[in-house]
Design a binder for this molecule. Sequence first.
Ligand SMILES: Nc1ncnc2c1ncn2[C@@H]1O[C@H](COP(=O)(O)OP(=O)(O)OP(=O)(O)O)[C@@H](O)[C@H]1O
Length: 370
Amino acid sequence: MSLALTATSVERDVSIELSVHAGETLALLGPNGAGKSTVLGMLAGLVRPDTGRAALDGDVLFDLPRTWTPPHRRGVALLAQDALLFPHLTVRHNVEFGPRSSGAGRAEARDRADAWLRRTGTAPFADRHPDSLSGGQAQRVAIARALAAEPRLLLLDEPLAALDVAVAAELRGMLADVLRDRTTVLVTHDVLDAYLLADRVAVLHEGRVVEHGETRRVLERPHHPFTADLSGLTLLTGGRTPTGLLTTDGLRLHGTATEHIPVGAPVSAVIRPSAVAVTAPTAASTNTAPSPAATAPSPGATTPNPAATASPNRIPSRVTGLEPHADLVRVRTTTLTALVPPATVADAALVIGSSVDLLVAPEDVTIHPR
Ligand SMILES: Nc1ncnc2c1ncn2[C@@H]1O[C@H](COP(=O)(O)OP(=O)(O)OP(=O)(O)O)[C@@H](O)[C@H]1O
């Protein structure tokens, strides 16, 4: 089943156009209030847009103002962050409810429930009630119940958000299995969910799709600051120069283009924080081009890439933030973000407001057309 959606809600300032190919998972990413849940609500039949059309293959979910198919006749299953199981039913009866509500007879419902109990790893507690299940177990049962109804479209609203990291990882593996070849829209804040579960992503911002496409392409070559932030990358925009780019802030960098881009054309540059070294400023600092002085990083500089010692860009900056990040420190500055060991921060005595030079190799400034 392929999905095509165009919809506008004036009250929510959401105006969306998106499509999902048959058997594909589309992840909706975006900051709070971007409109992700609204899109799911429109597809599930819980939120009525002012105008628009949605269809699963040829079947119309809505075509306003004329047609509005009620939620229970859409063949769409919505799974929320909380499992919302029926507390008075056993796990098995919860799962049987799925096929029963979509018209299956008792025996067929039992067979289908059995199959999904096994597939989701919930068979061992089939006779228990939801109040005796952990959060992860309950969510597995909710997935079994939703899929046992054989929906034509599955909607997942942050299905792993309420679970601790280890349980979420297990469930993500199970989801990757059951989502294969199933048309799904997945709302998530977690870039790992997008990488592991989604074929394509659509990034929403202020009620609009700001970028969309194949998951890796969008997340590794972002054009929108929110996408870059989500991927933990630094995004610069500017114009192509013969050897790199000139950013809108006047920073001239050497870089490596992913394809031929004419000089002057608008470009984005993506830089991984782990490719950026931090060093005390030198008198020879310049932000216009690599200089011979830049070939010898000061003591305390990290050199994550051998090329960084060859002819790095040297960028005078000021520290604006220091945040622990696993066993490293994220150093935010007025230009780029760097990810360095705590020892580097200590050696260079970095505090908010410190002047630093950032070093990044041209190979690590990836330039692509905008
Ligand atoms: N019941 C409602 N009535 C009116 N406006 C709403 C309602 N629910 C949400 N909104 C508004 O619609 C817009 C989109 O909200 P939505 O909940 O879809 O965003 P979201 O991307 O899902 O956010 P979050 O990540 O916080 O869940 C926001 O401006 C929000 O304030």
